[in-house]
Design a protein around this ligand. Sequence first.
Ligand code: NAD
Ligand code: ZN
Ligand code: ZN
Length: 391
Amino acid sequence: MKAVTWQGRRHVAVTDEPDPRLEEPTDAIVRITSTAICGSDLHLYELFGPFLDRGDILGHESMGIVEAVGRDVVTLRPGDRVVVPFNIACGRCFMCRRGLQSQCETTQNDQYGTGASLFGYTKLYGQVPGGQAELLRVPLADENTIPVGTDLPDERYLFLSDILPTAWQAVEYTGLDEPSTLVVLGLGPVGQLAARIGVQRGHRVIGIDPVPERRAMAVRHGVEAWEGDDDVSRVIAHTQGRGADAVIDAVGLEAHGSPFAHAAHAVTAALPDALARPVMENTGVDRLAALHASVDMVRRGGTISISGVYVGDSDVMPMKTMFDKQLTLRMGQCNVKRWIDDLRPYAEADDDPLGLDDLVTHRAGLAEAPDLYEKFQKKDDGCIKVVLQPT
Ligand code: NAD
Ligand code: ZN
Ligand code: ZN
């Protein structure tokens, strides 16, 4: 089969790989019809070189048609249409029973102390081949698939695999229970959806992003979109001097244009893993720009909800300010399965309340993946969300 594989920093290729096969009686094989590129893939593309192996198959936002099932799979049959959540969870352990599928104890990867295994996220998260490919092996397939109907196009369902529940969790974790002022930092795909969910819930949503096309898209969905200059003082000025009730950080590690990221990569690429990790984690604080801005623009007693990915173990945070303002911080990888029942009605509604039909800017076959990774990373050509269609 054809698959998108990591070949080096800022270098992916479409290569011939062996077809996956059923390895466990609980596996399924899915023929992929749509698979998106996520902002998290850009971290692999640009930054995480020291942790990757050449040839790793990328991709964790996928859906398709079940091709084969192992003998212990009970809920699926060949021909079923399914979305594949990005975290691989057992559904039964202590964590899964509490809706913390991202912390599943059965599929956890102890080597790096990360959470549940993920599709296409290399040895950092369990070395499970990803879905930017013609075929995908889905472990524990009864739990790790979301069956969907056949009436609506892929793009109404595809984002249930990751960014839609991620955005939903980001808004849930703000804890806002009455119409409030919500700032969303970063209007990439995650920020776009979080902002729209905020608008749906009656909040005044201010979205901040330097990229004009992303601001224009947000405005189409009822968001006030700002460029980011003087954003802290502007938020304060627009909230009776208090600051926003909650801030969602949908930025996280931002590699493109950051001299720090490139320098850190140059250093870490030359080191073995054991040395590379602490170097990568402990150099510079520039990468925390959005998080530090969140602390400054949230009001006293407010909440910061972090969906952007951070990796430092000893990053500098303004503890005095955070303590003094009595802030709440919530964060983490999305627990995809936890939010599907809440989100399915939005995905399937005739009037498309979250505007899922207005998110994808680029669609192409797998062969275009190298070009589209680069466009998405550079935010060129109005690129906001890329969907690859292998089949
Ligand atoms: P993206 O890279 O397209 O979006 C990031 C956006 O932030 C860009 O539009 C960029 O212009 C903007 N930005 C950069 N610096 C900024 C700043 N200082 N202030 C305001 N905006 C700024 O990616 P995405 O797909 O939207 O993902 C966003 C983040 O969410 C990434 O870190 C990704 O890894 C993470 N993510 C987390 C989960 C999860 O489970 N928690 C799931 C999916 C994605
Ligand atoms: Zn993702
Ligand atoms: Zn579990």
